[in-house]
Design a binder for this molecule. Structure first.
Ligand code: NI
Ligand code: MN
Length: 231
């Protein structure tokens, strides 16, 4: 079964699994590069990596309007309850849950996490999606860490896609992301969390070419709004 990945800008993704659409880290209306507005988004579930503004800015509005269940850590679920969003699945690192089209596991990430109003946001995370017969890893905001060598090949089958930050400054930059690809060993590597503002500008096409040149994985830098079909 084919699944479709659409980068809508920054670290926000729509994943069409064949059984529904997953929205990851909703950041639209105040994202300078977003290809759509929050009001236009439809989804069946929302997955959150951590509480920073550039990952949750449109979380409450989209969750409220769509009624989609929000999968997030316990602290963010509490914060959402205070904003009137009750349809949440609180969880924590290592946990796996059913989502439309398969499962999602909350993976490690090395970063920080506070919510826009200063509330403690719990531990940041990445997501391992086993959906539509494909295995997709979204690293979230993270530095490079050696457990990627477990996260990638550790699932009993090769990763189909790894989505990695390359912006540097707040996350790993291009060189560490290249090493992350080596550890994760995905079939396809896609960059995100770059180019949204000048301090995280990067040449993503050049990075993707370096990934491909390394010989194991294929790099690709999708345009914002481009639909990437994984079949
Ligand atoms: Ni962050
Ligand atoms: Mn971020």
């Amino acid at each position: 079964m084919a699944i479709t990945l659409t980068w809508t800008g920054h670290a926000t993704w729509l994943v069409e699994t064949g059984a529904g659409t997953l929205l990851v880290d909703p950041f639209f209306d105040e994202c300078p590069t977003a290809c759509m507005k929050a009001a236009a988004v439809s989804c069946d579930a929302i997955l959150v990596t951590h509480g920073h503004f550039d990952h949750v800015a449109d979380l409450v509005s989209i969750a409220t309007r769509t009624g989609a269940t929000v999968f997030c850590n316990y602290e963010i679920a509490n914060w959402l309850a205070g904003s009137g969003v009750k349809k949440t699945q609180p969880m924590n690192l290592g946990g796996r849950v059913m989502v439309p089209g398969g499962t999602a596991k909350m993976e490690l990430a090395w970063h920080s996490s506070s919510l826009p109003d200063g509330t403690y946001g719990g531990t940041p995370a990445g997501w391992m999606l086993d959906v539509g017969g494909r295995r997709i890893y979204l690293a979230g905001d993270t530095a490079l860490f050696s457990d990627m060598a477990r996260i990638g090949p550790g699932g009993g089958r090769r990763l189909d896609v790894a989505i990695l930050p390359i912006g540097d400054l707040f996350t790993m930059g291009p060189d560490d992301a290249l090493e992350a690809v080596r550890l994760l060993d995905p079939v396809l590597a896609l960059p995100n969390h770059y180019g949204t503002w000048p301090p995280i500008a990067q040449d993503a096409a050049a990075w993707a070419a370096r990934v491909t040149a390394a010989g194991r994985s294929r790099g690709r830098a999708p345009a914002i709004g481009e639909r990437v079909v994984i079949d």
